[in-house]
Design a protein around this ligand. Structure first.
Ligand code: SF4
Ligand code: SF4
Length: 296
């Protein structure tokens, strides 16, 4: 257990962080006086796996899901995008909230499952793995904290089916942590790489088209059988997307590239260097002329 630097004094997130063994007192159940209050005023960020589960449940494409049920937001400076649930039109309630409760309960997002626990991913500078720690969110309207049930955070996570959700979204969290911790050293991501990030993380059906395209096949060498499996399995494709982004954003090569395309790239780089050298030589010649030309 450790005290943390959570920076919000007026926040309902309690300032103590802890691991999964910590006991909490909480129960949410039908009939409680605050039923649905938490879903009436939402601020829910989605993981890529949340989107995948919800679009499968609603039997629509990820592109359609994003348009109808989400709003994008900037997760940090330099534009890494996140996606939040879009509330009902001109209101604050979740579109999935019904009188009897959540209409997508079996596929509800990670944040809804965790509540009132907050998952904090941390990465220490001297560690290569991220670690999970937790905090408790205590909001005045939530009466579940007064219910006489005590269980550990690990037990609560099991009850809420969070093992699978966290496992599958781990690659995405690591990408964000890595981007945050590498900061300006990696430089501002290009518009193109931000678009790739958005597509590979949140729009799995569009990403499927991208992976199936001739252009992708000209650059990346994926055995036919593996590619067919990827294209027919949303979760496998999403996990591949995280690998792809590690390669594109951080140069961690795990997907084979075709020899000719590496050669092409080398050729283009050599051409670019040659052009830069020519331009530098021309500029120097011009500067020399300007400096010494009058003296001749
Ligand atoms: S998805 Fe379900 S649990 Fe989550 S805010 Fe909406 S109605 Fe509530
Ligand atoms: S107990 Fe908390 S989580 Fe459950 S319905 Fe009430 S406000 Fe929502």
């Amino acid at each position: 257990m450790s005290q943390t630097e959570i920076p919000f004094t007026a926040s309902p997130v309690m300032p103590e962080t802890f691991d999964g063994g910590k006991k909490i007192q909480f129960q949410c159940k039908k009939g409680i006086a605050c039923w649905n209050v938490c879903c009436s005023n939402i601020d829910i960020s989605l993981t890529p796996y949340d989107i995948l589960r919800l679009k499968q449940r609603l039997d629509i494409s990820s592109t359609e899901f994003l348009q109808k049920y989400t709003v994008p937001y900037e997760m940090e400076m330099d534009g890494i995008a996140g996606v939040k649930l879009r509330p009902v039109q001109e209101g604050t309630a979740c579109q999935f909230m019904k009188l009897e409760g959540c209409s997508v309960y079996e596929d509800r997002p990670t944040a809804c499952r965790y509540y009132p626990v907050a998952l904090l991913s941390m990465r220490r500078q001297d560690e290569y793995v991220d670690r999970d720690s937790y905090a408790l969110v205590k909001e005045a309207h939530c009466l579940g904290h007064q219910e006489p049930r005590s269980l550990s955070v690990d037990e609560y996570r099991d009850e809420q089916g969070l093992g699978e959700y966290d496992e599958v979204a781990r690659g995405w969290r690591q990408l964000i942590l890595k981007k945050k911790s590498s900061g300006p050293a990696v430089g501002k991501p290009s518009k193109r790489s931000l678009q790739l990030f958005f597509m590979a993380c949140y729009d799995v059906d569009q990403f499927r088209g991208f992976v199936a395209s001739d252009g992708f096949g000209e650059v990346y060498e994926i055995p036919d059988e593996e590619k067919l499996k990827l294209l027919s399995d949303d979760t496998a494709l999403m996990l591949f997307g995280f690998r792809f982004l590690r390669q594109v954003l951080f140069g961690e090569m795990s997907i084979a590239m075709r020899e000719e395309s590496v050669e092409d790239r080398r050729g283009r780089l050599a051409e670019k260097h040659g052009r830069l050298e020519r331009e530098a030589a021309e500029r120097m010649a011009r500067d020399e002329n300007e400096m010494y030309g009058d003296q001749e």
